[in-house]
Write a protein that binds this ligand. Structure first.
Ligand SMILES: [Zn+2]
Ligand SMILES: [Zn+2]
Length: 171
């Protein structure tokens, strides 16, 4: 099993132009703040793969990860687990003179995998994290989770006096 690592010196791969390397990696990304709540990655490292290819004047890199995030469902607030796939590409050609081609995650040939993974995960996280796609949410009257209820959940309501008044006026 590969040891978790956070950075890698690209020069140690000693790739010639056109050559590539594929590395299995494990990392524990930093927790994310979403909608005022903290979502973390638990104690199990996220598993992923880093592919590095040497270009004429730099490196092209691809990171793919399966990340498991833990936190509350944004609809029913139940503690939940969310799993998703992350894929990101970077190009670093420091000698090209083109800033677009310099990766912000590579400094002096050192690739910061943790920072890259964190940003890639933040971009890949769905806007709404739900415990399940059809999460029924909470009852607006009593706050009970509607996922836990079999059948219909209803509150008998007192007839609203204002409606009665309005009906009188409309007659
Ligand atoms: Zn839910
Ligand atoms: Zn209710």
């Amino acid at each position: 099993m590969p040891a978790p690592f956070n950075t890698i010196d690209l020069t140690t791969l000693a790739l010639k132009p056109g050559e590539g390397r594929r590395l299995d990696l494990e990392l524990i990304p930093e927790p994310l703040e979403l909608g005022g709540e903290t979502y973390d990655f638990g104690s199990e490292p996220a598993r992923g793969r880093l592919e590095v290819s040497r270009t004429a004047s730099g490196h092209a890199m691809r990171l793919s990860l399966t990340a498991k995030l833990y936190g509350q469902c944004m609809r029913c607030l139940a503690p939940s687990e969310f799993e998703f796939e992350v894929e990101s590409r970077e190009i670093d050609q420091p000698g090209s003179g083109d800033e677009e081609l310099a990766s912000p995650y590579v400094v002096e040939d050192e690739l910061d995998i943790s920072a890259w993974a964190h940003d890639a995960i933040a971009l890949a996280v769905p806007v709404t994290l739900l415990c399940r796609p059809d999460c029924a949410g909470l009852c607006p009257e009593c706050g009970i989770s509607l996922n836990d209820i079999e059948g219909e959940h209803r509150h008998e309501r007192e007839p609203d006096a204002r409606w009665a008044k309005l009906r009188e006026l409309m007659d």
